[in-house]
Design a binder for this molecule. Structure first.
Ligand SMILES: Nc1nc2c(ncn2[C@@H]2O[C@H](COP(=O)(O)OP(=O)(O)OP(=O)(O)O)[C@@H](O)[C@H]2O)c(=O)[nH]1
Ligand SMILES: [Mg+2]
Length: 483
């Protein structure tokens, strides 16, 4: 994500920083590079022009040329403008009383509607809410079956206490295209079931088409009228570029959607869609789909995305991602140990396993300021983890707690005991040391503190809206525990 953009922004700022004082033409020159990078990232050219002009105007208005740290000043300005381009985050989905809160999913074929239904259900389940999914996509029996499987998987294997149920009528698919309103009837019955079972959420999956057309819009509007959706979410494939954004715009004009879900963000190396979708479609982005698993759904926070693009890292998203893999108790224990510098090798091993489960490590690298590079060398392959475990198991409990006590003879003993060589044991101790440093950065909010020092970013680029956000991951964590 944003690889090219991040590289060129960093180069630009480095050049500006290297100069001491800069001139207006330096700024214009720098923005030419940024301009090229944005166009390469597939951001719409009108938007690119506006963005670059506004940044230059801001820079002149704020007299960046007189600043002693023009590079840093420029980062602040660009950050602000990037956030403005992406628009405000719409905040969490409001629940209605009495339930169910009805969410209608719509979007082009293959955009990720059904997958996103499952991800939303998993999210609600994790928060302890009950969810019913209804298959109002009757184009193919396989589509109904797909949602049924998704529902069952979320019900049986996603963490959390909420109930997850499914309503589908695959036998009605034969009528689709002949009788008008099959989808409407199924959706209505789903709603009735959800009411009867006191479900807090009803998620309605619908059919997609290759293009926006009248039939589809008619059907979607009829389903909407029948279930009186509280939220219409439009699912958009981030990889499909500007054309997809234009059809999303047409969709929004016909349906007045409440929010967008930008899927396949994990595979969108250019990132242009995330930057321009708000401006092009006029609808706010609410979620990002970042993979195929249930947990691969992130709330959209422009501040954080801008931070990632500018290479400032995104500790908050990383911590949130970790939270989906680690229980609250485990996380509390870890935070406590981190902040007191009492992290041991057993914790290290556990963390490596969590990191491994957390998926493509590359997507995480960019989120950690400074330590991203260090992380690259961590042992995250299954085989490496097994060896690591062997080594740790050959240590005494005291050694695991305090690996610093591992001098030559102890290292030799551990190496012999785990059938590894001394270099391997030493490397593990070194990597652990890095991990400990990384830990104290996270726990001590060193990273967010450093980011906060940058002008205009608030507390480390954290969003100021939303009730659960405070200044450091640790503080936020405590707050979460209280809830
Ligand atoms: N990498 C990645 N793949 C995704 C994401 N979201 C969905 N997919 C994949 O995209 C493909 C299509 O997803 P579906 O959920 O079936 O799409 P749909 O919109 O329901 O498709 P139709 O019902 O045919 O219109 C599947 O292979 C999903 O696994 C995502 O965020 N990241
Ligand atoms: Mg589908």
């Amino acid at each position: 994500m944003f690889d090219g953009l991040t590289r060129s922004f960093q180069k630009t700022f480095r050049n500006l920083s290297g100069r001491g004082r800069i001139s207006e033409s330096n700024i214009r020159e720098a923005m030419e590079e940024v301009r090229t990078a944005l166009l390469e990232a597939d951001v719409h050219h009108d938007l690119v022009d506006r963005f670059c002009n506004e940044v230059v105007e801001d820079a002149i208005g704020k007299e960046v040329t007189r600043s002693l740290k023009p590079g840093e000043e420029m980062i602040g300005i660009v950050h602000e403008r990037l956030v403005a381009m992406m628009g405000e985050a719409p905040g969490p989905i409001a629940m209605v009383e009495p339930g169910p809160t009805v969410i209608l999913m719509c979007g082009l074929q293959g955009s990720g509607k059904t997958t996103t239904c499952g991800k939303l259900a998993a999210r609600f389940k994790a928060d302890g809410h009950s969810v019913m999914l209804v298959a109002a996509d009757l184009q193919r029996p396989a589509a109904v079956e797909q949602l049924r499987i998704v529902s069952e998987q979320v019900a049986s294997s996603a963490p959390g206490k909420g109930r997850v149920a499914f309503h589908g009528e695959p036998e009605r698919c034969a009528e689709y295209g002949q009788a008008v309103g099959v989808a409407v009837e199924v959706a209505k019955r789903g709603l009735a079931e959800a009411r009867k079972g006191n479900f807090e959420f009803l998620i309605v999956d619908t059919a997609g088409r290759l293009h926006v057309n009248d039939d589809l819009m008619k059907e979607l509007r009829a389903v909407d009228r029948a279930v009186e959706a509280h939220q219409i979410l439009l699912v958009v494939d981030a990889m499909t570029g500007q054309d997809a954004l234009l059809s999303a715009k047409a969709f929004h004009e016909a349906m007045q959607v409440d929010g967008l879900v930008l899927t396949k963000f994990d595979s969108d190396t250019r990132g242009g869609a995330a930057l321009s979708v708000r401006e092009v479609t006029g609808a706010p982005v609410r979620f990002l789909g970042v993979g195929e698993k249930f947990t691969a759904l992130e709330e959209f926070h422009p501040q954080r995305i801008a931070g990632r693009i500018l290479g400032m890292g995104d500790v908050v998203s990383l911590v949130e991602k970790a939270r989906q893999e680690v229980s609250d108790e485990e996380a509390a224990e870890l935070m406590e140990k981190m902040s007191k510098g009492r992290l041991g090798l057993d914790d290290f091993l556990r963390q490596m396993k969590v990191l491994r489960r957390m998926g493509p490590i590359k997507s995480l690298l960019g989120m950690l300021p400074g330590v991203g590079q260090m992380l690259k060398d961590l042992p995250l392959e299954d085989k490496q983890l097994d060896r690591l475990q062997g080594i740790v198991h050959s240590m005494t409990p005291a050694e695991r707690r305090d690996p610093a006590m591992l001098e030559r003879s102890r290292i030799a003993r551990v190496a012999a005991g785990s059938a590894s060589d001394r270099a391997e044991v030493s490397r593990l101790v070194k990597q652990f040391d890095l991990m400990r440093k990384m830990g104290s950065q996270l726990a001590g909010a060193g990273a967010t503190g450093r980011m906060a020092a940058m002008r205009g970013l608030g507390a480390g680029g954290l969003p100021t809206r939303g009730s659960t956000h405070t200044s450091s991951p640790k503080a936020r964590f405590k707050q979460r525990k209280k809830r």
